[in-house]
Design a protein around this ligand. Structure first.
Ligand SMILES: Cc1cc2nc3c(=O)[nH]c(=O)nc-3n(C[C@H](O)[C@H](O)[C@H](O)COP(=O)(O)OP(=O)(O)OC[C@H]3O[C@@H](n4cnc5c(N)ncnc54)[C@H](O)[C@@H]3O)c2cc1C
Length: 401
């Protein structure tokens, strides 16, 4: 949607081909956080050992379904290879730059789009309850400050002062004042309407099945509803992007990282600052009068089953951090799930393919696809217009594995 928006703005004719009816998807029910604070990629030292510990607990926030899949093994290998201090040091400036650009673009969008999408700048609170997490998070805060991302280690009473209406039970927290949040379904639904009104063509309930290529150029996109020809093709198919590029002989390691969310309506005493319960890995975001809880990362392939145990893990964490908030486990039909498109090095794939001349990639944003959407769209339009990109995108080069 972001690519379509900026390409249309630059004067292109744009068609979106989408397999669903566009009433749901990963960008609708996510936690809505805009996170310039997140400059450490998912593949970082300590993640593998933490992941292994979590794997054996059915209510934990992380799970990899062991399965004999060449794609999973390859992805796991690259994740392991990239879980180093060196990779973090190299990736942080690139993630910071794209995040800062994206937030600036959200500020602009909140003024230029003719609809409200619940954009607020209240920062982000990382909350912890244990000494171990406090030490880890203090290191993260120091790393952030070193890279020019403002972060404050604050006491339990300072956390409470930021939350006048909700009692908080924590040892302390780290406050990132530069983060923001929005209501994702409000943004995506209205953006679809806006794009339609502005002559972006939507070909929904249509699945891309293959490509017809000649001399390294896509001549047509083959779908279950017919064949279409375009000057330029953008693959922005989230968790399915690896499957798409394999049809073009391009290796794009990608795993779907399933997560869940549920939303409480008409909350009388609401949380004010979006927060992350660090030990539970649960994200909490106020959206008007409602309050959304999101979490878990299940690497179980592209599948849509719901693990009630893991949802219970999210619910059980709530009274630990907000002792006066009593939340029941929601009914299954009230639980939203989404598939995060996870690259193995925690960096998105953005840029023109080296192998296929008229192909641009815009995918693999993992936990930050909402946050990085506008910057990605803008960068895609610059790549297609053969302009100098607003930031250096060499860290995101698609064919890097
Ligand atoms: C619980 C949870 C919380 C999250 N919280 C945040 C957050 O706070 N902030 C943040 O920035 N991010 C967050 N994320 C991540 C974010 O939601 C994703 O990174 C983002 O939505 C990915 O968007 P996308 O457009 O790349 O992929 P998608 O939204 O998955 O879109 C890809 C589209 O491609 C279509 N498609 C696939 N294959 C084909 C085909 N062959 N033919 C036609 N169409 C096809 C799919 O149907 C899909 O609609 C969260 C995710 C989850 C699950």
């Amino acid at each position: 949607m972001s690519s379509a928006y900026y390409l249309k703005k630059a004067g292109h004719q744009v068609t979106i081909i989408e397999q669903s009816d566009l009433t749901d998807g990963c960008s609708f029910g996510n936690a809505g956080m805009i996170v310039p604070s997140h400059i450490i990629p998912l593949s970082a030292p300590g993640m593998i050992s933490k992941g292994i510990r979590w794997m054996f607990n059915s209510t934990s926030p992380f799970y990899v379904k062991p399965r004999l899949s060449g794609e999973l093994i390859k992805w796991g290998y690259h994740f392991y290879k990239n879980s180093t201090k060196e990779h973090v040091a190299k990736s942080a400036p690139a993630l910071k730059e794209i995040s800062v650009l994206s937030k600036a673009m959200y500020q602009q969008l909140s003024k230029e789009l003719p609809f409200d999408f619940g954009y607020h700048e209240r920062g982000l609170l990382m909350l912890y309850q244990t000494k171990e997490t406090e030490l880890e998070e203090a290191e993260t805060a120091a790393f952030a400050n070193k890279h020019g991302v403002e972060a404050h280690v604050i006491s339990a009473s300072e956390v409470q002062a930021l939350e006048p209406d909700v009692k908080v039970n924590v040892r302390g927290g780290v406050y990132f004042p530069g983060d923001a949040h929005l209501t994702p379904q409000q943004l995506v639904n209205q953006l679809i309407g806006y794009l339609k009104e502005n002559s972006v063509a939507f070909q929904v309930n249509t699945t891309v099945t293959d490509f017809h290529c000649e001399s390294g150029t896509i001549k047509s996109v083959i779908t279950d509803k017919g064949e279409y020809s375009f000057d330029e093709v953008i693959i922005a198919t989230g968790s399915w992007s690896g499957i798409m590029t394999s049809k073009l002989g391009i290796s794009l390691p990608m795993q779907a990282g399933k997560g869940y969310s549920f939303t409480l309506q008409d909350v009388m005493k609401n949380v004010f600052v979006p927060s992350i319960f660090l030990e539970a890995r649960v994200a909490v975001t106020p959206m008007g009068n409602s309050l959304r809880f999101g979490g878990t990362m299940e690497i179980t392939g592209v599948n849509h089953s719901i693990s009630m145990n893991r949802v219970k893990g999210i619910v059980d964490s709530i009274p630990k951090y907000y002792p006066e908030m009593k939340v029941e486990v929601p009914q299954q039909n009230k639980i939203w799930h989404g598939l995060r498109p996870c690259s193995p090095d925690g960096l998105p794939y953005i840029g023109r393919s080296k192998k296929v001349t008229n192909l641009v990639l815009a995918t693999g944003h993992s936990m930050m696809g909402l946050s990085l959407g506008p910057a990605t769209g803008k960068l895609v339009s610059e790549v297609i217009n053969k302009e100098k990109t607003s930031i250096d995108i060499s860290a995101f080069v698609p064919e890097r594995f």
